[in-house]
Write a protein that binds this ligand. Structure first.
Ligand code: ARG
Length: 462
């Protein structure tokens, strides 16, 4: 009988794997990214094997030293990930075997790659979530810095992409502070959700080596407690789906921010300018300066969504238990993280370096009768006219201003009275964009002091 070369599971096989199987089955070319988590896990596992006297102190030391050597090799980029061993778990185990021989064969006692890979991936996602939270805080600080400088910069707020009501540019910026605050909250929440350790669940049913303490393993790896059900533990990838949905929402926020900036930077608006370092030129039109960084941030959101969909689709029809389909969880997770990590840096740079054109912002805020709602509100506050009627009257005032080619604030009292005789000169306190803003004193409104208070509150959150 010909012996197969697979030292881990080859015992019951008579023939070699085909090259094609290796091609579809081997995951080392992407799951090598779990190497640090896999070594960490093996160290904890070795500790628990020693505690439960499955290995001696001497054996533990040998295993641990060898794992430390492997770690060093990886850190120094001297570790050779080999396609002869299908995944990261086998690569680490085989490297251990090279160093300490037969003894390496004890490290897998009572453990399965099924609980191992779920644990590795959870550890990996946990560490990435912490990095994402830190980078979000950096972006929030950039937003606060810019908001503090621009409280009195007036721009139009838009609905339906039409000028709607005047707001402060800081108010706009701080709206993104809030979005990123929610993203941070989601990341923190996920860190909580992810806090149960699957290790010690075995292949699916639990382990015969009950002396291995799952509580110890969980604590040693930085989890709060072990997972409750071994079958669920090896099937569950909810945490990866939650990670990708959290990233999807975050990237959607990045995409919307980019979209605003792209439009505002266009010749039609010229409200902001991207710095040269975030733009590229055209190979044919010498005058062009294109906002490529922002455009790519906008589009990479789609890539992150597709990772989420990918994983949702992989899992929708899976029978309970581990199936190899679950190996396909890693590439979308890694790719989405790599993408978001780049976006986090670029968005921060974008926010820190765009130049705003205050005059254009101000002039645009004056266009489109953006204080019309303030007129309607004045009528309601100062007469017995209902809001619906006032809305109608104001519509007529807007038509008149349009006909006379005037701003609302340029209409005379006579002209205003010709539409609604109850209007008096007090209304002029309501017609300018400055006065409109100064009256939005509701909590979270765009009045300058409200914004300053909001910035103060925000500072406490980061
Ligand atoms: N490379 C595999 C994965 O990522 C590890 C688990 C393999 N388990 C198995 N029974 N074949 O999912």
């Amino acid at each position: 009988m010909k012996k197969t070369t697979n030292l881990v599971w080859g015992g019951r096989f008579k023939k070699e794997s085909s090259d094609l199987l290796k091609k579809i089955n081997n995951s080392i070319n992407f799951d090598y990214q779990l190497v640090f988590e896999d070594i960490q896990l093996n160290k904890s596992y070795a500790k628990s094997l020693r505690k439960s006297k499955i290995i001696s102190d001497k054996e533990f030391k040998k295993i641990c030293n060898a794992l430390s050597e492997i770690l060093l090799e990886v850190q120094n980029k001297n570790f050779k990930f080999s396609n002869d061993h299908e995944d990261i778990h086998m690569n680490v185990e085989m490297a251990l075997k090279k160093k300490i021989g037969r003894l390496a064969g004890k490290i897998h006692t009572g453990k399965s790659r099924n609980d191992q890979v779920a644990t590795d991936l959870k550890l990996w996602i946990k560490s990435k979530l912490k990095e994402i939270i830190l980078k979000l805080k950096i972006i929030q600080k950039t937003i606060i810095r810019s908001s503090e400088k621009n409280v009195d910069v007036i721009m139009p707020g838009f609905t339906h992409s039409q000028n709607a009501q005047p707001i402060s540019y800081s108010h706009y910026l701080m709206s993104f502070f809030e979005m990123f605050e929610r993203d941070k909250k989601r990341a923190k929440q996920l860190l909580e959700n992810i806090n149960e350790c699957p290790l010690g669940s075995g292949a699916l049913a639990g382990t015969n080596f009950c002396e291995i303490s799952r509580e110890f393993l969980a604590k040693d790896l930085g989890f709060i407690k072990p997972t409750e059900n071994s079958l669920d533990s090896v099937s569950d990838r909810d945490f990866a789906i939650e990670f990708l949905s959290m990233l999807s929402i975050l990237s959607m926020h990045f995409s919307r921010l980019s979209e605003d900036f792209i439009i505002w930077s266009s010749s039609a608006y010229e409200l902001i300018k991207f710095p040269d370092k975030l733009c590229t030129g055209s190979s044919i039109m010498p005058q062009k300066k294109n906002p490529d960084a922002a455009e790519l941030v906008r589009s990479k959101c789609g890539r992150i969504y597709s990772s989420l969909l990918n994983l949702l689709i992989i899992q929708k029809g899976l029978p309970t238990g581990y199936s190899k389909d679950l190996q396909e969880d890693k590439e979308p997770v890694f790719d989405a993280y790599e993408t978001i990590n780049l976006l986090l840096d670029i968005v921060n740079e974008m926010l820190a370096s765009i130049k705003i054109n205050k005059k254009k912002m101000y002039d645009l805020a004056n266009k489109g009768y953006t204080t019309a709602t303030d007129i309607a509100d004045w009528i309601v506050k100062n007469t017995k006219i209902t809001f619906r009627e006032a809305h109608h009257i104001t519509g007529k005032i807007v038509l008149l201003a349009e006909k006379k080619n005037k701003l609302l604030s340029e209409l005379s009292l006579m002209e205003l009275k010709s539409i609604e005789p109850k209007i008096n000169e007090d209304i002029f306190n309501y017609l300018s964009i400055e006065s409109s803003i100064s009256k939005k004193k509701s909590y979270g409104g765009t009045e300058f002091n409200q914004i300053k208070k909001a910035i103060k509150r925000a500072k406490k959150k980061i």
